[in-house]
Design a protein around this ligand. Structure first.
Ligand SMILES: [Zn+2]
Ligand SMILES: [Zn+2]
Length: 303
């Protein structure tokens, strides 16, 4: 195999793009895709202080790695979930990465911030663990941005994640979610700006990137993600991509460019007000984070 760019020995084959590359040209190719998304959606600049949400998996650690490589000011954020075995391994991977690259890391321990584990939190809220975990992380992102001056939070969601989400949202005609699905969500009313710099790179490419860069990550940072319905959509999207290369990128780009704005009206109806307990903006009477803490208190006082 010959590298398309330099003519040297190619060790990497990218089916979606129908190209073969050597490691160095693959890294350049990957970086260009990420830089393109950052620029196209004006995600951040070198002046921004960026909080990178890291689980310990390949997506988030690769994201942290490439942003640091590109010279951005990054700090990692890890939520330690207290799930037997899984959490300790995930934390080790994140900690080792931060130490090795000399990058700052913020760790929240779930038992310290809510006084309970994710299972119990999920039970009192009557919601799946993933949705409670997502809520807690969003809450902490906004608080940390306010307290420590981060201007943007980035997550490792990639092309396959976004295609799976889009397919799911379309199948159930989730208009509110469709309006909000975008590579960048601007800061508004105390909610920090959020961005997904991997929106144009697929899971396969990230796997290759992590391998070439020698990143040590955990396969499944969270055991709960295994049963997620998004896996069904991902599998189907993967099958379609194999039969029809480049479908993923077209599906997503066309949605962002031509169709998403049709769902805008749905979003504007939502009215936010500050939570009386903590000041965080919410649609409910009190914010979900304070609601969770109240429910946990009530639960433990009943015992
Ligand atoms: Zn090459
Ligand atoms: Zn609150």
């Amino acid at each position: 195999m010959k590298c398309r760019i330099c003519g040297g020995e190619a060790t990497i084959k990218l089916k979606s793009y129908n190209i073969k590359l050597c490691e160095q040209d693959f890294l350049n190719f990957f970086k260009r895709r990420v830089a393109e998304a950052i620029r196209e959606y004006k995600m951040f600049t070198h002046q921004d202080r960026i909080l990178v949400a890291v689980s310990g998996g390949k997506d988030s650690l690769s994201l942290w790695d490439i942003l640091a490589q590109m010279g951005y000011q990054t700090t990692g954020y890890h939520l330690y979930l207290n799930i037997a075995d899984a959490s300790e391994q995930a934390f080790e991977a994140v900690k080792n990465f931060a130490d090795k690259n000399n990058l700052p890391l913020i760790v929240d321990r779930l038992d310290e911030i809510i006084g309970a584990g994710i299972e119990q939190a999920s039970k009192v809220m009557k919601k799946p663990p993933c949705s409670v975990c997502g809520m807690i992380k969003r809450y902490r992102f906004n608080r940390l941005a306010e307290e420590k001056g981060f201007s943007v939070v980035v997550t490792g969601h990639h092309l396959d994640d976004e295609c799976a989400t889009l397919l799911g949202n379309l199948l159930h005609w989730q208009e509110g979610y469709l309006a909000r699905q975008y590579p960048v969500l601007e800061e508004k009313e105390g909610l920090v700006k959020r961005a997904k710099p991997f929106v144009y790179v697929g899971e396969e490419e990230i796997k290759i990137y992590a391998r070439v860069r020698g990143i040590n990550y955990v396969q499944t940072p969270c055991p709960y993600s295994r049963g997620a319905t998004s896996l069904i959509y991902k599998r189907i999207i993967k099958e379609i991509e194999e039969q029809m290369p480049s479908t993923k990128i077209y599906f997503l780009k066309a949605f962002f460019k031509n169709y998403r704005e049709r769902f805008y009206a749905e979003e504007e109806k939502v009215k936010l007000h500050p939570c009386p307990e903590c000041g965080y903006l919410t649609v409910g009477e009190i914010c979900n984070f304070c609601l969770l803490k109240k429910k946990l208190q009530k639960f433990s006082s009943q015992k």
